[in-house]
Design a protein around this ligand. Structure first.
Ligand code: BTN
Length: 331
């Protein structure tokens, strides 16, 4: 099933009334009178609302009462309290999809800056370096479409911008320390809690669109994901939600990302790299890195303004734009 913020849905008015009367019961007759719909229609809407993960209590003679909000990232839930002007203003939500990233790149050329694709689960989630991204029910799997008026130089900074925004949001909302492993793994307790995948389309050196794919292991079964991946160099962490809904984290991320992208446009990436290096678990360590040109072992020295990781190997300096760290020395 797909829901978008472009259409209104029949059940939304019933849901709106239940939300604004959380302390009391609303009878089927009241709902039918106020909304000028039949009792059968009210009942059908309630059934739909329950199917979307809301807990609605019903008591004989009293009526219906909303007990718990849904944990799903439905467009109207993300919109409620969202403090952005572009990101997340238009959302496409899927119960299940092959990959939000694939869908987002398909619609990107006709999309607006900040449109978002979200899924409850993905059947063919994509990770970096053509890897599979295991995306079970309930994690945060989304892709943000950007249409910046910029040349290609911005493209290498986008993964860094997205990862610092996500790290800050996780820390603020969930109160856990977040580290960043090059290029943009989100680490909590040295395990991978999330990742970023950026696809960019260029037309004569101008960005036509960029899609930032974000995967956050939010309240999922980390062991199961670990078993399914096998080839991970860091283990998998699931962010313990303590019964929090993921929507607060997503809203905070959208807000931080919008702000971070605005500064990126003004200072060319200085602030983003400063924030990234502060969180880095890579810089200053001895690392082993797989690249398309082979394996490099050395000390990670810095990130260059174009996003390249600089590695010192005896007297040789390597600059790597894409690769995979397979080992890092402890601090
Ligand atoms: C990585 O390999 O670390 C990046 C993982 C990115 C996964 C996200 S989940 C939402 C979006 N859709 C995808 O298919 N991939 C990205």
């Amino acid at each position: 099933m797909i829901y978008t913020s472009l259409h209104s849905h029949g059940f939304e008015k019933v849901l709106g009334l239940l939300k604004s009367h959380r302390e009391e019961y609303l009878s089927g007759q009241d709902l039918s009178d106020v909304l000028k719909i039949s009792r059968v229609a009210v009942w059908k809407h309630i059934k739909k609302i329950r199917m979307l993960g809301y807990e609605v209590e019903s008591k004989q003679k009293l009526g219906y009462r909303l007990v718990h909000l849904t944990r799903r990232l439905l467009p109207w839930e993300v919109a409620d309290g969202l403090e952005t002007s572009r990101i997340g203003r238009r959302i496409y939500y899927f119960d299940s999809i092959d990959s939000t990233q694939t869908y987002a790149t398909e619609i990107a050329s006709e999309s607006k800056d900040g449109d978002v694709v979200i899924a409850q689960k993905q059947t063919r989630g994509r990770g970096r370096m053509n890897r599979r991204w295991v995306s079970p029910d309930g994690g945060i799997w989304l892709s943000v479409i950007l249409r910046p008026k910029s040349d290609s130089s911005l493209a290498t900074m986008l993964p860094f911008a997205a990862s610092v925004a996500l790290a800050d949001a996780i820390e603020r909302i969930l109160g856990v320390n977040v580290g960043l492993k090059w290029p943009n793994d989100i680490l909590v307790n040295r395990k991978k809690a999330g990742g970023i995948l950026v696809d960019v389309s260029l037309t004569s050196n101008q960005i036509d669109y960029a899609v930032i794919g974000v995967g956050v292991n939010f309240a999922i079964q980390a062991k199961r994901v670990e078993q399914a991946i096998k080839d991970t160099s860091s283990g998998v962490a699931s962010l313990d939600s303590k019964n929090q809904r993921p929507v607060g984290l997503v809203q905070e991320f959208f807000k931080d990302l919008e702000c971070t992208l605005d500064t990126l446009g003004n200072d060319g990436g200085k602030d983003v790299l400063y924030r990234w290096v502060k969180r880095s678990t890579t810089i200053g360590r001895n690392i082993v890195l797989n690249t398309t040109e082979g394996r490099i072992q050395g000390s990670a020295v810095r990130i260059d303004p174009d996003g390249a990781l600089v590695i010192k190997q005896r007297n040789k300096i390597h600059r790597v734009l894409a690769g995979d760290i397979v080992r890092q020395s402890p601090r």
